[in-house]
Design a protein around this ligand. Structure first.
Ligand code: CAA
Length: 381
């Protein structure tokens, strides 16, 4: 067993940490306040290769795999959770195309979505299909005469949907077949019949836009189908398995960030004539936060290792995501408590981190859904 990172991964970690400190942290409070998605930061991420992680170099990527994604995403989340989420969720579509795309799709889209600095989105969720992903109602009817799919339906809560130039949309191509009638279809921004609806006003993660996407007789070439007709549910589930490792990394990063801020504050803040770091009650908070975060980190890295080794990792991805999310809320809550009244104030980052951490228990599958996935695996159902 070897728990150490490769030399290139150490360098990646250093680069991601520097980028997060220099470019993400300075705008984190502002983008939360103004609820804006900093497109220029996304393009800087692209320039440095972060948006190409896990994509082969011949298509504009930088190679690497899930471990590399965990490194970058967790470093970003230490300083700006919204930016970490933006990268992590963007990567879903390039990874789907790398695994399931045709040669033509890879050549057409991957360079744009990696070094090209264009955003991608993953559109599965609908008003009536959240945890029950099989409840998708959006339809894609094949028009043989024009060799096109005609999409009708509405997607909701789509991260980056309003900024994306390419969206992987899950739609029923054969509604009579249930999950086996669901397909993955690429839709480009600007396609007639596709409009962006409501941008959600969220509790946290406000530096990332969450949008409603509306498809009304939206025609796309049949060549935009990813994989085979009816393969969409499996593509979505496999993509979510991988993406959940990224969400686990977000949870670990934000917890590490909260610990870092708490340690600094505890050494500076004087009460009862000494730094509050001398108070045993708060020392024990730090011990709990550090231990649980270390455990969460290794569950995430283990799932990423299994992913990169080509071994099954569905259960481990669910475990690492559920655990890291729970710990993100735990650690940001205690960090806020350590900061007392200052932690509750908008001028300090803790209240933002507390709000941001909560989403990790909800998106990319709720903690309850992960218990379904884990228990099914353990019980062999
Ligand atoms: N990998 C490959 N195939 C899988 C799979 C996996 N992880 N999980 C299920 N499948 C396959 C099954 O093998 C089955 O195939 P067969 O019919 O050939 O046997 C098929 O898919 C149906 O599986 P289930 O019967 O298990 O399906 P289910 O309806 O019981 O659903 C579920 C399972 C795990 C609950 C699933 O619905 C689920 O993951 N729900 C949560 C959805 C989710 O995470 N949504 C988040 C969306 S993205 C987001 O949050 C925000 C964003 O912007 C990114």
């Amino acid at each position: 067993m070897d728990f150490s990172l490769a030399r290139e991964q150490e360098l990646l970690k250093k680069m991601a940490a520097q980028f997060a400190e220099n470019e993400l942290e300075p705008v984190a409070a502002e983008i939360d306040e103004t609820h804006t998605f900093p497109m220029e930061n996304f393009q800087k991420m692209a320039k440095l290769g972060f948006t190409g992680i896990g994509v082969p170099k011949e298509y504009g990527g930088v190679g690497g795999g899930a471990v590399d994604e965990v490194i970058a995403v967790s470093e970003f989340a230490k300083k700006c959770m919204a930016s970490a989420a933006t990268l992590s969720i963007h990567l879903i579509t390039p990874h789907i195309l790398t695994q399931f795309g045709t040669e033509e799709q890879k050549e057409k889209y991957l360079p744009r979505l990696t070094k090209g600095g264009e955003v991608a989105a993953f559109a599965l969720t609908e008003p009536g299909a959240g945890s029950d992903a099989a409840g998708v109602q959006t339809k894609a009817v094949y028009d043989a005469e024009r060799d096109e799919y005609v999409l009708n339906g509405t997607k909701c809560f789509i991260t980056g949907g309003s900024r994306a130039s390419v969206i992987t949309v899950f739609a029923l191509t054969d509604p009579s077949k249930g999950t086996k009638g669901l397909s993955a279809i690429l839709v480009e921004a600007g396609t007639p019949g596709f409009t962006v609806g409501k941008i959600e006003n969220k509790m946290g993660l406000r530096g990332s836009e969450t949008a409603e996407l509306i498809f009304e007789d939206c025609r796309v070439p049949a060549s935009n189908l990813v994989g085979k007709p009816g393969q969409g549910f499996k593509i979505a589930m496999q993509a979510l398995d991988s993406a959940r490792i990224g969400t686990g990394a977000q949870g670990v990063g934000i917890a590490e960030g909260a610990i870092g801020l708490s340690v600094k504050y505890m050494k500076e803040r004087i009460q009862f004539g000494k730094p509050i770091a001398a108070l045993q009650g708060l020392q024990w908070y730090i011990a709990d936060m550090a231990t649980k975060t270390e455990a969460a980190k290794w569950l995430v890295y283990h799932a990423a290792y299994l992913h990169d080794s080509g071994k099954p990792f569905t259960m481990e991805a669910a475990m690492c995501k559920m655990n890291a999310a729970e710990n993100a809320r735990f650690a940001t809550n205690l960090a806020l408590q350590i900061h007392g009244g200052y932690g509750y104030m908008h001028d300090y980052p803790l209240e933002r981190m507390y709000r941001d951490a909560k989403i990790t228990e909800i998106y990319e599958g709720t903690s309850e859904i992960h218990k379904v996935v884990i228990s099914r695996a353990v019980l062999g159902k």
